[in-house]
Write a new protein. Structure first.
Length: 343
């Protein structure tokens, strides 16, 4: 079971939103209208290497996409969209890989480039082989959307390595059978589908795992692998310092340290702090505001302190300054945010 606090603070790469936006455009829908419901002007404002976004924004976007398309099964469409081929550094690695087993291992290793944890897991036992889907969003219609998107992509992966209808033994979903959509589910997953299971899983012929792929290109694979390894190393290096900066800033509040003070605290140069944060698409000032917002939401949720004391605890010179900043962060006033939590 996912820790609710972990899920609430989880972030993911803008690539995920860009894929969904592109899929909407390809299918003839208005991605801009969907993005604007999430506070994003257009797809042009989503950079693959940009700052990671709260999972809640992606959750809202999936809900808005279903509203825009009037299709509760739009996750099935996104899961097989060419948008998945257009974006992300992992795709070339998959296309040039040597076997299904290696593809799944590589997905697990390099998933942190786009999500905080991998959503696919290979399980093998006496009963055979299966890919278990653990979506980053689990609850409600958005949870079903993401589950079906990832499951559809997993089945597409099996078909890419040569799986026939007979090789896909069964597909399980952890929710009741949606009425009136049997044909679409069968088109996506085949005839052997079970609902109300413990987890989402695709059971398949284990012989597929180690079969040599005719599309394997050793040179292209090494080049793609080298690139994603470099990206992962750079991201981890930057993430480490970003986490250290966050911890320092949270401890320092209500004082707002400068970049120079942060660098001195971490024992690195000011240039190193700026460069590594820039590689993650963020800045010291943005991290400071992120920490202020995190503490603000915690104090507002606890509902113990008046706004004046909360503003002081965050380093604001006045309630008015806090009010203006919080509205910029969340689109509502602190009082409105607190009232919505207690409603």
């Amino acid at each position: 079971m996912e820790n609710p606090q972990t899920t609430a603070t989880m972030k993911l790469s803008p690539t995920n939103l860009k894929i969904l936006a592109y899929a909407l455009d390809v299918e003839g829908f208005n991605s801009t209208r969907v993005l604007q419901q999430c506070g994003i002007p257009s797809a042009d404002d989503l950079q693959e290497d940009g700052e990671w976004m709260p999972l809640s924004v992606f959750d809202r976007m999936m809900a808005a996409a279903m509203e825009e398309t009037q299709d509760p099964l739009f996750g099935l469409v996104v899961g097989r969209s060419i948008a998945l081929m257009k974006y992300g550094a992992i795709t070339p690695l998959m296309l040039s890989n040597s076997s299904l087993r290696q593809i799944i291992e590589d997905i697990g290793r390099f998933a942190p480039l786009v999500v905080e944890r991998c959503e696919l897991e290979l399980a093998e036992d006496r009963q055979g082989a299966r890919v278990v889907v653990n979506p980053v969003v689990r609850d409600g219609l958005s949870g079903r959307f993401r589950t079906e998107q990832v499951a559809t992509s997993a089945v597409q992966m099996l078909r890419f390595v040569g799986a026939t209808g007979a090789d896909i033994l069964q597909v399980d979903f952890p929710y009741p059978r949606p009425e009136g959509h049997a044909q679409r589910y069968q088109a996506a997953f085949g005839p052997r589908i079970e609902f109300d299971r413990k987890a989402c899983a695709i059971h398949f012929n284990p012989a597929l795992l180690d079969a040599r792929l005719s599309t394997h290109d050793p040179i292209a694979y090494v080049a793609a692998r080298t690139r994603v390894e470099s990206l992962l190393t750079a991201m981890k290096s930057g993430s480490d310092i970003a986490d250290q900066v966050r911890q320092w800033l949270l401890q320092a509040l209500p004082r707002l340290p400068t970049v120079a003070e942060t660098a001195e605290h971490l024992g690195v140069s000011e240039r190193t702090v700026r460069r590594q944060l820039l590689a993650l698409g963020m800045s010291h000032a943005e991290l400071t505001q992120e920490c202020q917002r995190l503490l603000a939401e915690r104090l507002l949720a606890e509902n113990k302190l008046p706004l004046k004391q909360i503003a002081e605890a965050l380093g604001f010179s006045s309630v008015h300054s806090f009010h203006r900043a919080f509205r910029r962060w969340s689109g509502v006033t602190p009082s409105e945010w607190r009232d919505s939590r207690s409603a």
